[in-house]
Design a protein around this ligand. Structure first.
Ligand code: AMP
Length: 395
């Protein structure tokens, strides 16, 4: 990556102001139910501690809408982080700017870690207000952005603060941007992308951006229905986006122009209702009955897609192949995950639902990279510049 990283800084005694993504899911009792995002920031935190920095962490949690709200306090995260780091001192301060915070920062010794309270308790965070960015910047000597999950947002703690401090990428940010950037810029071929999920309209830009780059684009999920409908298939009760038909047609045209292979399912699992226990059968796409809806890709399509994936050298996957939340319609999605495991390829999974699927299938650790940022990875695949990445200094 052409961006400066934490390894480009002499940290001894310096204050590292680190934006992390500690936006972890919690249950009603305020307990953390999945600490993946906290663990993902550990390599950066550990490096900074070991190199004598005073580590000041800032993050958002949930959507407190610019107001203090104890439900979204990061205090439980500080306690959890203390457990993960094991040694050393992790402290917490119940604000992210102001005198109290400055005092807490001044009390830090080299190697200490301080977690600030939720930056979204201030409305200026999401508005990227300069006064908040400047107040945050006063707390550090160098800004480290390790929050890939919020890199697509230009907020005070992700982008604004970089106007006042030298800015570098943490290890997670470097890994996310590096591996996905390389896959898009100079992929080992064949390069196969699998795009699924409910709607074409959510993924138009991803498909537009990927089509000229990939050797094959495999489409699944609800969005495949819209592509099939525009080709004249009667999708019956399936989810079809009427107002995206024209777009789907244009994307098929674009694929032809670029000579890229855009593959659609040839068979589906057709159900009588959108329900876990609905009666269902395998149907060729031209045989879906009037009272049926396509809820997963069928066995022929699975075999076709698996063959493409297994012969690829780079595979990027975003979006499930069917309604994978219901076991009867999850086979297509899990089959994709399994094929990626078996492929001798760089395998990248981005996007909330496909990440959930590889975790459910227990194969997340077998992928080259599972992105921690749903929205951010989608925008990255769309070819957009991410404000949180742009703000980091070039090497
Ligand atoms: P997205 O958020 O766009 O990635 O879409 C994910 C959602 O699409 C999941 O909740 C799936 O249940 C849903 N989905 C996938 N395939 C279908 C389908 N064939 N019909 C309806 N919903 C689907």
């Amino acid at each position: 990556m052409a961006k400066k990283t934490i390894e480009d800084i002499e940290w001894q005694g310096k204050r590292a102001l680190v934006r992390v993504d500690f936006n972890v899911p919690m249950n009603d009792a305020g307990e953390i139910t999945d600490d993946t995002r906290i663990r993902a920031a550990l390599p950066t935190i550990t490096y900074l501690k070991e190199h004598g920095a005073r580590v000041i962490l800032m993050s958002h949690l949930g959507r407190p809408k610019g107001e203090r709200n104890d439900k979204y306090s990061l205090r439980p995260v500080a306690e959890h982080l203390q457990g993960l780091l094991g040694e050393g001192h992790v402290s917490f301060v119940d604000d992210c700017i102001g005198e109290k915070v400055k005092e807490a920062v001044a009390a830090l010794h080299e190697g200490d870690v301080l977690l600030l309270e939720n930056v979204r308790f201030y409305a200026g965070e999401e508005k990227n207000r300069a006064d908040l960015a400047e107040a945050l910047a006063e707390l550090g000597d160098v800004f480290v952005n390790d929050a890939f999950g919020t890199a697509h947002r230009a907020h005070a703690s992700t982008a604004g603060v970089a106007d006042y401090l030298p800015s570098v990428a943490g290890y997670l940010m470097e890994k996310e941007v590096g591996i996905m950037g390389e896959a898009l810029a100079s992929p080992k071929r064949p390069f196969v992308a699998i795009i699924g999920g409910a709607k074409v309209s959510d993924k138009i830009q991803v498909i537009e951006n990927l089509l000229p780059k990939v050797d094959a684009l495999l489409i699944g999920g609800g969005m495949a229905n819209t592509f099939l409908a525009v080709q004249g298939y009667d999708m019956a009760k399936s989810l079809v986006e009427a107002d995206a038909l024209e777009t789907a047609g244009k994307l098929l045209e674009l694929a032809k122009q670029h000579g890229s292979r855009l593959l659609l399912p040839t068979d589906v699992i057709a159900a009588k209702a959108f329900a876990a226990d609905a009666e269902h059968a395998v149907r060729q796409v031209n045989e879906i009955e009037a009272d049926e809806m396509a809820l997963d890709i069928g066995p022929d399509s699975i075999a076709l897609y698996q063959k493409e994936i297994k012969s690829a050298k780079t595979v990027i996957w975003n979006g499930p192949m069917g309604v994978f939340e219901m076991p009867a319609f999850a086979k297509g999605t899990f089959a994709i995950a399994q094929a990626m495991v078996e492929a001798d390829a760089t395998t990248i999974v981005g996007g909330g639902d496909s990440v959930a699927a590889v975790e459910q299938a227990g194969v997340a650790s077998k992928m080259s990279h599972v992105s921690t940022g749903g929205g951010a990875s989608l925008e990255f695949l769309e070819g957009k510049a991410l404000p949180g990445v742009e703000a980091i200094a070039d090497k």
